[in-house]
Design a protein around this ligand. Structure first.
Ligand code: SF4
Length: 63
């Protein structure tokens, strides 16, 4: 599964990288960076949790 973040939507709440630290990380401004753009198994579960908890719907997942 591919993970993407839309930088125009991300405002840096940080929920994604707090809940899914193996997939997402903060950049210098607290915005989301994808650490692992291709995920499966436990990392895919983390990516889903991050996406579901992003208030801005900035994270998209694609099979
Ligand atoms: S939860 Fe959403 S808005 Fe917040 S840092 Fe992550 S991608 Fe950006």
């Amino acid at each position: 599964m591919k993970v993407r973040v839309d930088p125009d939507l991300c405002v840096g709440h940080g929920r994604c990288y707090v809940l899914a630290p193996d997939v997402f990380a903060p950049d210098d401004f607290g915005h989301c960076e994808i650490m692992t753009p291709d995920v499966d198994g436990a990392l895919a579960d983390q990516a889903r949790i991050g996406a579901e908890n992003c208030p801005e719907r900035a994270i998209s997942l694609e099979d």
